[in-house]
Design a protein around this ligand. Structure first.
Ligand code: ATP
Ligand code: TZP
Ligand code: MG
Ligand code: MG
Length: 273
């Protein structure tokens, strides 16, 4: 399936509803994440204090939990915010950055998925495999080379966790365990800018907030992936030859400039049979 087979309207809903996205993220990507959310039409808030994270999550439209620079305090912030979001019906996206790289990261990620009900898990293939107890090689926070059926892994993970699972890479896979979309937008230069995976989790959160109904969340997540990839394609085209620094700035511009009409034209989304 390409173009048009999804309703492709969630981007407009994000921009009209301007959802507040509560981010507990890592200190590498905090500014990039806030600017990316603002550019696309959402509102970011970063809040970590144990004394307030439950209250911030409660008033937010989506919560993004990212353990990229974890320590015991961050893990506690994540658990408090995640449980509050669960109690108040706020969608939760979890990015298990580096799961599998160290025993501490792997165990923290597994504790988080045991104690917080996720709406979506978003990671590279190695991270998702390690969260659900499968092995996949990983080098630091980047996906290692590995062999395996990424789509089948995503489906197993979605069924095990009872949530959407998004595995990103050259192609992105999103599934609820029954229906699966593969999104092939994007550009390899995204791998040369740190935080592009992390920001994507927050962007998915904004789309999930716009979707509202659980029945719309899978399509909204697929549209988020296409939107992000199309913004990257256009940013690369506008900065070709100038390198990742120029690309990063233009990518923020394109998150603001891509319209739902452009997205309908350029989205490359396939529904697997
Ligand atoms: P990793 O640490 O393994 O790079 P990540 O958390 O940064 O993982 P990515 O898998 O890099 O997340 O995904 C971030 C964005 O980059 C997604 O939109 C994805 O589609 C895109 N992307 C990653 N690799 C490629 C590629 N080779 N070609 C096109 N797009 C890519
Ligand atoms: N180290 C800890 S978190 C982080 C690094 C480099 C950022 C990872 O960002 P992404 O989006 O996974 O590339
Ligand atoms: Mg990457
Ligand atoms: Mg990442």
């Amino acid at each position: 399936m390409t173009k048009g087979e999804l309703s492709m309207s969630y981007l407009d809903l994000v921009r009209s509803r301007n959802p507040l996205v509560h981010n507990i993220t890592n200190w590498v990507v905090t500014g990039f994440t806030a600017n990316g959310l603002l550019a696309m039409g959402a509102s970011p808030i970063m809040a970590y204090a144990h004394e307030e994270v439950a209250d911030v999550a409660k008033i937010s439209s989506a919560v993004l939990l990212n353990m990229g620079t974890l320590d015991a305090s961050v893990v506690q912030s994540i658990l408090l915010a995640g449980k509050s979001a669960n109690a108040h019906g706020v969608p939760v996206v979890f990015d298990p950055v580096g799961a599998g790289a160290t025993p501490y990261r792997t165990e923290a990620a597994r504790q988080i998925v045991r104690e917080v009900k996720l709406t979506a898990l978003r990671g590279n293939v190695a991270e998702v495999a390690n969260v659900v107890g499968e092995s996949w090689s990983i080098k630091g926070v980047d996906a290692g080379a590995g062999e395996g059926d990424v789509t089948a892994l995503a489906v197993r993970a979605a069924r095990k966790l009872g949530c959407l699972v998004v595995i990103t890479g050259k192609d992105d896979v999103v599934t609820d365990g029954e229906t699966t979309f593969v999104v092939s937008n994007g550009h390899p230069i995204l791998t040369q800018v740190t935080g592009t995976g992390c920001l994507l989790g927050s962007v998915i959160g904004a789309f999930l907030a716009a979707a509202g109904e659980p029945s719309a969340q899978l399509e909204a997540a697929a549209e988020a992936l296409a939107f992000y990839g199309v913004a990257a394609e256009l940013a690369y085209a506008a900065t070709e030859g100038r390198g990742p620094g120029s690309f990063q700035i233009e990518f923020l511009n394109q998150l603001a400039l891509v319209t739902s009409d452009i997205l309908k034209e350029k989205a490359a989304i396939a529904k697997l049979a």
